[in-house]
Each structure stands twice: as structure tokens, then as C-alpha cells.
Design a protein around this ligand. Structure first.
Ligand code: AMP
Ligand code: MG
Length: 502
């Protein structure tokens, strides 16, 4: 990766003379790309920044000093009131298909401070979300509210704890300023940490408004940053497409396995790093139903749980289209090669998902009937309105009587097959239960508990949130403290809706 040569050009104070060592080690390789990729923009200072929450272990792994981040200077950086040394803030340009319609977008309320070089030598983006208006804000105020930013914090950190690739949340700072949504809400800035913020929409933007040379520059940058091992491949751009497809297939399989519904899988919300990104109207499914939709703006159910794999494939097709000029000079050849790569998605997704399902059922080996066997279970869950997470939780705890379909003939028949299947493997029942415990979370961030934590936080009581986050930080622990979080919502809080008014 090229070295940063460009330092902070704004005339905002830097933290050079700071007393506590900050640990910032920022570079800006993205800022060395051609101008079409971004606009330089400093954050807009806020009135009264106050740290609400800080992810200490993440700070440590980034090489940042928690005492500094807790200090007035550190908080000023997290609020956008002060620019750390080495930072050259910028808003990234991108486009995207939103609910199927192509639009020009860009960071309308987020600013990339730079790339932190972590203690382990990894390069990660540090972005402030809610840092003020940018040239891409369109009609928006460039701000974010405390509730949705804490929501992103909770969900992204839970995803991380599940072992699902995701952007992380380093901190949420209250700004001391109101933001005007459907109601007046307290404002906040979230510090997001990502392998990068390169999206399918970034390629769409350059493909539409940049030159072929700029497109090649973006592809080379992406390869260098995320897939250096394919650099010397015979056709690195075709390999790029294949690798991105592979990571997405694995990611979506993990979402499906844990019952995560992103809610707004627009192409601008699909990161090429293979991380889950942009936690807006997302939620975890309680009762199993492939048609589950939470987002209030998803009126046609485009992004329903069961549609996520095919939507990912649709988004990847849009990505492939941007790469056509690079894959082959001959357009027809290019299309054929892209189609060939895209056709791998289904198998990659499905095998990853089926492997995960086997593990959730304590099965160590493949058998030809696996697919039917798993689908029969899902059909029972749907028919009896079973809670997705708790069904596997009951299996893991060997408390089959806690499942919604226990005692039915269908389940007895299925259970016999399962027992026979377990009996055919060399591993003991204890081994199987151990595998299940490692794969089936004891808890998920259920919507009603997230809302409860955010409600308390709204009155500046963060104890509910902190307790919840502690329980979520080791989802496979099956500890007594986690039990209360396992309960599904009572029917009065269903159907749950998430709102995009973030
Ligand atoms: P999202 O739905 O969060 O993926 O955002 C879609 C687009 O809207 C992105 O370009 C965001 O930067 C932009 N956006 C969302 N909220 C705001 C806001 N309050 N002010 C300005 N731009 C925003
Ligand atoms: Mg977005």
C-alpha cells in the first residue's frame, strides 16, 4: 500500500501536543486516488460532545489508548471537533441501486478520517458517521441520532461476537445538539471501523462517471487492499469478481444461519471486503418465516429474510457489470466470463449454509439426504411458528420438550432420523452437543431487548445497554445471565418494525 504523503490540510487544531499518547497511526491511501473518488471535507464541530460508549478491546487492538479516547481531546476527535494527526478527512463518492433504482449517493453524513495502521499492521478505515454535511448530503442534515447509532453499535458488536464479518463500532458520542426526524432526538456521532468502505456502489459510481483508467485504478486499489494474493493472477479482475462473490456467499450464509435480516441490501450497502455494513433497519428474526421483513420502508418485501441470497446475487451482477471493461477487451468474452463467475454464487452460498446447518444439528459429516433433512426441520418451524434461535438452543441444551413442535408426529419422525444420523457418526453425543454449543448462539439481540436498552439510554441510563452488551459479547457461553435474554417477545410487540429515520 502506498504511504500517505498528504497530511491534514484543514486549519483545525491537531493533537500533536497532546499529553496522553493517543496511539493514532493514520494514513490516507484512499486520499491518493484521483479526485473523482472523494471530496475533502472536515467534520462540522458539535456543541457539547459527551462519550456515551467506547469499545475498549477494539481500541486496544487498533493501538489506540482508551485513556486518551476518554479524555477531552480524545472525545473531541470522536465528535469531529478535532482532527487527529495524520488525518485528511474526506467524503467518499459512490452510487447505488436503492430498492432496484440507480441513484448517485456518496457519504452524506460520514467522513473518513483515514486508515489506522493497527498494532498487527493491518490497515482499517476510521470513519465518523453523523459528522456533518458533505457535498453528497442532498437534502439531509449530515447528522445521526443517538438511538440509531447505539443500535448500530449493539448489532455490529453482536455480529462480531457471532464471528460474522462486520464493520465494528468503536464509540458513540452524544453531540449535545438536537436532530430533527419524525421527533426531535439527541444527536450522536458513531466511530465506525471497517476493513474498508469500498462498496459495490463505489464501482458503480466510477463505472458511470469515471474513465476506464479510473475504474482500473479502483480495481487495482481494491485488489491491493483486500485480495493481494490475486495480484499476479492471469486475469486479476476476473479473480476480483470471483473473490468478492465468494466472500459475499459466505457472508450471506452466515446471516441466514443466525437469522439476521439486513433490511436494506442496496448495492451501496454491500462492502467488497465481505463485511456486513450499514446497520439501518436491520433486525434478527424471532419466529421462523422466510417472508420476515422488519423495515418499514420495504413495503414489497424485497429484502425479506428468504430473499437475501438472491438479492446478494443481484447486487453481485451489478458489480460484475462494472467490471466488464476490465475483464476482457472483447465484450462478449467479458460477459461470458462474468456470467460464469456469477453462476458460482449459488453453490458457494448453499454449501456454506448447509455446512453451517449440519453443525447447528451436531452433524460432523455430509450425507446425501442432508438438504431434505434440514428443509423438513425448517418446514416444521414455519408450520408451528417456532422461534428460530430457541429451537436450536433447545436442541443444544438437549431440551427437545421446549420446542414448538415437540410431541407432534412429524417431529417424532424427524427426531428418529436425527438420532439415527447422530448414531452413524463416530463422534459421541457429547461431541455433537459441544459442536452445537459452539454454533448455536444462546442469545441474539432481540428487537424488544434492543429497544428496551435504547429506551433507557434515551433517559441517560446506560446500565441496561451495558448489561445487554456484556451478555451479547459471548453469545455461545450459555451462562445463567443470558437466560433472561433468550425469551422471545410477547405477541403484543409483534410485528416489529424498524425505521429508516436514522
Ligand atoms: P443509508 O440508507 O444509511 O445507506 O444511506 C443512504 C444514503 O443517504 C447515503 O448516501 C447516506 O450518506 C445518505 N444519508 C443518510 N442519512 C443522511 C443524513 N441525515 N444526512 C445526509 N445524508 C444522509
Ligand atoms: Mg448506506
Amino acid at each position: 500500500m502506498r504511504k500517505n504523503t498528504r497530511k491534514n490540510e484543514g486549519n483545525v487544531m491537531t493533537e500533536k501536543d497532546t499529553v496522553i499518547k493517543s496511539g493514532w497511526s493514520l494514513e490516507s491511501s484512499y486520499g491518493l486516488l484521483p479526485n473523482v473518488f472523494f471530496t475533502r471535507q472536515n467534520p462540522t464541530p458539535v456543541r457539547a460532545p459527551k462519550l456515551i460508549i467506547l469499545q475498549h478491546s477494539l481500541a486496544a487492538s487498533l493501538g489506540l489508548n482508551a485513556a486518551y479516547l476518554n479524555s477531552e481531546e480524545g472525545i473531541a476527535v470522536l465528535a469531529g471537533n478535532r482532527i487527529p494527526e495524520g488525518s485528511a478527512p474526506l467524503a467518499q463518492a459512490y452510487a447505488g441501486h436503492q430498492f432496484g433504482h440507480f441513484t448517485m449517493l456518496g457519504d452524506g453524513r460520514a467522513l473518513l478520517l483515514g486508515e489506522q495502521i493497527t498494532k498487527a499492521g493491518k490497515r482499517v478505515d476510521i470513519q465518523l458517521k453523523g459528522a456533518g454535511r458533505t457535498p453528497y448530503s442532498r437534502g439531509g442534515d449530515g447528522r445521526a441520532a443517538v438511538g440509531p447509532m447505539l443500535r448500530e453499535y449493539v448489532i455490529s458488536e453482536a455480529m462480531y461476537a457471532f464471528g460474522i464479518p462486520t464493520t465494528r463500532s468503536l464509540a458513540v458520542v452524544a453531540t449535545g445538539e438536537p436532530v430533527y426526524r419524525e421527533t426531535v432526538q439527541p444527536g450522536a456521532v458513531l466511530t465506525r471501523v471497517a476493513d474498508s468502505h469500498i462498496r459495490v456502489g463505489t464501482f458503480q459510481y466510477i463505472a458511470k462517471w469515471g474513465t476506464d483508467q479510473e475504474l482500473r485504478t479502483l480495481a487495482d486499489y481494491t485488489i491491493e487492499r483486500h485480495f493481494p494474493e490475486i495480484r499476479e493472477d492471469e486475469n486479476p479482475y476476473r479473480s476480483l469478481l470471483r473473490e468478492v462473490i465468494k466472500r459475499q456467499a459466505i457472508l450471506i450464509a452466515k446471516w441466514q444461519l443466525v437469522g439476521f435480516i439486513h433490511g436494506v441490501m442496496n448495492t451501496d450497502n454491500m462492502a467488497l471486503s465481505g463485511e456486513s455494513i450499514d446497520y439501518g433497519p436491520c433486525a434478527f428474526m424471532d419466529t421462523y418465516d422466510p417472508a420476515t421483513v422488519f423495515s418499514s420502508i420495504d413495503i414489497h418485501g424485497r429484502y425479506a429474510y428468504g430473499n437475501q441470497p438472491s438479492i446478494a446475487q443481484w447486487n453481485l451482477k451489478k458489480f460484475a457489470e462494472t467490471l466488464l471493461p476490465l475483464i476482457n477487451e472483447d465484450k462478449e468474452q467479458s460477459v461470458l466470463q462474468a456470467q460464469d463467475a456469477l453462476s458460482s454464487f449459488h453453490e458457494l452460498f448453499y454449501s456454506s449454509w448447509l455446512t453451517g446447518m449440519r453443525e447447528k444439528l451436531g452433524l460432523f459429516h455430509e450425507e446425501p439426504q442432508d438438504e431434505t433433512f434440514v428443509n423438513e426441520l425448517l418446514a416444521m418451524m414455519k408450520k408451528y411458528g417456532a422461534d428460530y434461535t430457541n429451537t436450536f438452543r433447545a436442541f443444544t441444551l438437549d431440551k427437545l420438550e421446549d420446542t414448538a413442535f415437540y410431541g407432534t408426529e412429524e417431529f417424532s419422525a424427524w427426531q428418529d432420523k436425527w438420532l439415527a444420523r447422530l448414531g452413524r457418526q463416530e463422534e459421541s453425543k457429547a461431541d455433537a452437543l459441544q459442536l452445537m454449543k459452539e454454533k448455536n448462539p444462546a442469545i441474539i439481540p432481540r428487537n424488544h431487548r434492543v429497544e428496551e436498552a435504547l429506551e433507557a439510554a434515551g433517559h441517560e441510563d446506560y446500565s441496561v445497554l451495558e448489561r445487554f452488551l456484556r451478555a451479547l459479547s459471548s453469545p455461545f457461553a450459555y451462562s445463567p445471565e443470558q437466560e433472561e435474554y433468550a425469551a422471545p417477545p410477547d405477541s403484543s410487540s409483534c410485528p416489529y418494525r424498524t425505521f429508516c429515520g436514522t
